[in-house]
Design a protein around this ligand. Sequence first.
Ligand code: ZN
Length: 179
Amino acid sequence: MKKNIVKNGIQLLAILLLGYGTLMAQHNHGSHNHGGSSQSHQPPHGGQMKEAGKYQIEMVTNLFLKKDQLSFYLLKSNLKPISNEGITGTITIEYKDGSTITDTLLANGDDHFVAQLKKTEPFTCTLKIQVKGKIVSAVFSHSGLGSNTANVYTCSMHPEIKQDKPGTCPKCGMKLIEK
Ligand SMILES: [Zn+2]
């Protein structure tokens, strides 16, 4: 009787170990996949990304919410955003007409900076960001916020629906009209 209990106990332990081993294998597999995807160089906010010293700077233009606003993220080499606390910077925007405007980057949220565009035409901008006593810089070009990118399509019944290309309303299926 006692022998049987011990035997059952060993069997149970074996089953547990087997289960644990399977779990560990799955976990390792999962973390391996995750590691693989973080190696990719996709901009985390869907913007343009440039190397700046040991950092990356990402420029994001949110044409629908804030048409004339540029957002910038300072990213570590693993593409994690760095807190904007204590970090300062300037932006020099050179428009296609030759005019150049230099502004201070404004900290926004806790991990990015914003700058305002004054014109809708194509531009090149140079960022200089001071981080840990060093200045890192990057240059971006953009086709501007005018003409084609400024188009907004909306539903005559649902004005909250807005997109940048023709299509149908996801709420009622009507053809979207250009605003
Ligand atoms: Zn609709």
